[in-house]
Design a protein around this ligand. Sequence first.
Ligand code: IMP
Length: 429
Amino acid sequence: MSAVIIVGAQWGDEGKGKIVDLITPSADAVVRFQGGANAGHTLVIGTEKTILHLIPSGILHPNVRCVIGNGVVIDPKVLLEEIALLKGKGYMADDRHLQISDKAHVVFPYHVTIDQLREEKLGGGKIGTTGRGIGPTYEDKVARRGIRMADLLDEKVLRERLETILPERNAYIEKVLGGKPFEIKELCDLYAEYGRRLKIYVSDVTDHIHTWRKAGKNILFEGAQGTALDIDHGTYPFVTSSNTVSSGACSGAGVGPNAIDEIIGVTKAYCTRVGSGPFPTELEDATGELLRSKGGEYGSTTGRPRRCGWIDLVSLRYAVNINGITGLALTKLDVLSGFKTIKLCTAYDVRGEKVTSLPSLRADFEGARPIYEEVTGWDTDLTAVSSYDALPDGVKKFIKRIEDYLEVPVIIASYGAERNACIIRKNPF
Ligand code: IMP
């Protein structure tokens, strides 16, 4: 058996969904371990595009078990819509295909309201959240006033939990945020119904994971968002509210660190970010606009235009260290085709000093100016390329520079949304 973790090495949207989909044929199970419906994984098979927010991308492979671990926060309405969408397309014919942790916390409408009203109040200083209630749900989990999937299965427990929790949340919504309160009965009826519909999928998934491990099965842990959005290691406070880094797979799925064999970091060949916060290589010019239009850089969850810039190796080295990345998947190389020169940020200028690590002080990070190296670009259409050797020299030099700087091999090079638009140099399983 092998266990592989896939994480985002930048600010999310690196193309993890495609990489998971590519590696899934070698896996017996795919496990999501953090985040919620703030994620949006786009999968393209032939002419069919599927965007998943909660269900692991492995669901498109009929023989692979998909698990939503305890570290995920679940909006049951989104989940049920996703199940219906997949079933409508002929996927998930067998209900055992999906398994949901009984310990995963549940997103309620009051979480969504709190998230959105807070952002409105923050105005220019807002985080730029996806507005899906993610932060408030994780807050409630840590404050021990959360409601878990298991609680939805017992209406009495659900009502008791809501009776304890909701008055306080309502007071906060009304008095601090100026919003409308929620009715216990309405929420209880709705969520008990969600519980009835989702019951067949809910169990102690750690039991399954450990049974699979003992039986020598291959398990893929699928991260959402990216390292720079990690609650501890990201660009705080402009982060999401979970541990997006590889160690989150252990706590968010219930496995020990010694179960993990390989950790794949996914990075675009350039860099994007949605939401607020520092982004040293951001290009607010025609080049940034070109990256956005060529790369289709609009959020798959919110449709927001993504901020675009050159690849940042300083921040990627940090990601390699924090995650223990053993191999990189480099995506969207096709977007760089046609650029005369391509820049890679190898250091920052922080108040006149050259630094090669992330500045601790927020003002220093916000004011950091990128110091670039350049490589000659390539003009070749990459769609027909089917081997590493057949890649243009420019691509190979670009990849080599990334590998040398980060001291990690690029094991997958991807240059299009289609399954076959990529080269797998080493299968992590
Ligand atoms: P939240 O996760 O909705 O609370 O948003 C917090 C920050 O994480 C914001 O900057 C969001 O834009 C960002 N974020 C959350 N999910 C994703 C994602 O899947 N891709 C990229 N950014 C994300």
